[in-house]
Write a protein that binds this ligand. Structure first.
Ligand SMILES: Nc1nc2c(ncn2[C@@H]2O[C@H](COP(=O)(O)OP(=O)(O)O)[C@@H](O)[C@H]2O)c(=O)[nH]1
Ligand SMILES: [Mg+2]
Length: 201
């Protein structure tokens, strides 16, 4: 996919001229943020995982996330070059509400975000979507398809989560590199469409 011109609207980027863009990977607990950063990153992603104990299980609301035994207590961080002149730095947000106080600093300098949604547990991503709007970060909603996910029409999901009309909603598989990369490309196109000017800031 041709992404040339994204980094310097109206100009072709000179050889070796690379633009780095910070992208947030957000969404509820267990929606696949860590999985996505791991599958798509060119570098070995940094993650801090802590084994979920019996004691924290209630706090972390593992109900409905049966086979999840680890929860991320720190950030996922990854990097992907989409082409010669565009490198994305990916920052996964901590899923648990008790870490959300960190978000103000976390979003600083972010040009866009992906909000992951598990359609079996829509409510878990509701606050992440609200937060994107509060932070005024443009985003793409990515429906992470699990084996027992039902096939919901996109409009139904848009309604249920109150996703703005102009915000793209795409289905993908967080475990798959190409699929995860396509979601990032969709975000870049969305940013490009939204405002070429904002990208120069
Ligand atoms: N079947 C399936 N399982 C997934 C997918 N994405 C994540 N998982 C699994 O779901 C669980 C939660 O994913 P994780 O990336 O840790 O979620 P996070 O809390 O958002 O970081 C893990 O056990 C993953 O292996 C997916 O696309 N399909
Ligand atoms: Mg995680």
């Amino acid at each position: 996919m041709d992404l040339k011109g994204f980094d310097r609207p109206g100009e072709r980027a000179a050889a070796g001229d690379t633009r780095s863009v910070k992208v947030m990977i957000a969404g509820g607990f267990g929606t696949g943020k860590t999985t996505m950063v791991r599958s798509v990153s060119d570098i070995r992603p940094l993650t801090t995982e802590e084994t979920l104990t019996e004691a924290s299980a209630g706090v972390d609301r593992v109900i409905g996330v049966a086979d999840k035994t680890q929860t991320t207590v720190s950030l996922d961080f990854g990097k992907i070059a989409l082409n010669d002149s565009l490198v994305l730095y990916l920052f996964g947000t901590p899923g648990q509400e008790r870490f959300w106080f960190l978000w103000n600093g976390l979003f600083k300098g972010a040009l866009g975000a992906i909000v992951l949604v598990d359609t079996r547990r829509l409510a878990s991503s509701f606050r992440a979507i609200e937060e994107m709007e509060r932070q005024e970060v443009p985003f793409v909603v990515a429906l992470n398809v699990f084996p027992d996910s039902r096939d919901h029409p996109v409009e139904e999901i848009r309604d249920a989560l109150d996703i703005p009309e102009h915000t793209p909603v795409v289905a993908f598989d967080a475990r798959d590199r190409a699929s995860s990369r396509d979601v990032l490309v969709a975000l870049i196109h969305h940013l490009k469409e939204r405002s070429a000017a904002a990208l120069e800031a």
